[in-house]
Design a protein around this ligand. Sequence first.
Ligand SMILES: CC(C)(COP(=O)(O)OP(=O)(O)OC[C@H]1O[C@@H](n2cnc3c(N)ncnc32)[C@H](O)[C@@H]1OP(=O)(O)O)[C@@H](O)C(=O)NCCC(=O)NCCS
Length: 180
Amino acid sequence: MVDPAAPLTPDDPAPDVAMPDGVVLRRASAADHDELARLSDDTWGPDNSPGPKLVDRDTDFFDRVGPEGHLVALLDGRMVGYVRMGHPTPLPASRHVVEVQGLGVHADAAGRGIGAALVEAAVADARRRGAHKVSLRVMGTNPRAIALYERLGFTVQGHLREEFVVEGALVDDLMMCRFL
Ligand SMILES: CC(C)(COP(=O)(O)OP(=O)(O)OC[C@H]1O[C@@H](n2cnc3c(N)ncnc32)[C@H](O)[C@@H]1OP(=O)(O)O)[C@@H](O)C(=O)NCCC(=O)NCCS
């Protein structure tokens, strides 16, 4: 019997994982909307996202995943990183899988281990909820992120070839996962 992951609530604590020096992890709240939207756009690039920036879309940052599905990293009080956790489909049949649907660390704070700590926090959160598996998708043009995920124990479970056209070029998408 495989149970679905417990739903997230705004009162869920942030996972207790080691963070780099000076970095504090907490769960996002509705009040973080604008800062998160800015951070998401600041970390956006055609190598890491096939879609447009948020600022160029008429959508709310929390439209698909509510604040409780986001963990944020603060460096000296400033929001410099986030991870978004959803499910691969809206079906009850995929509730045992937590999908990392967004990860970003501001360039000013890159290379300090914050990205790795955020992914580990998402994994810890998924484990606490009783999830069976953590999955994610990453573009083939993003070797830095692929290396990060591989270092953290994710393996490729699917390779979508020529899945996107970005700036006129065909781009692969990798599906990666880690079993809990
Ligand atoms: C991918 C990303 C989240 C990594 O965040 P980060 O906080 O820099 O990650 P970490 O510091 O934990 O690890 C980064 C790795 O890249 C290496 N690195 C550091 N600076 C680098 C640089 N300028 N260029 C290339 N690699 C670099 C680090 O050495 C580290 O590898 P190592 O631990 O094996 O030495 C961040 O670069 C980012 O937000 N990118 C844009 C958005 C994105 O690609 N998101 C993922 C979508 S699937």
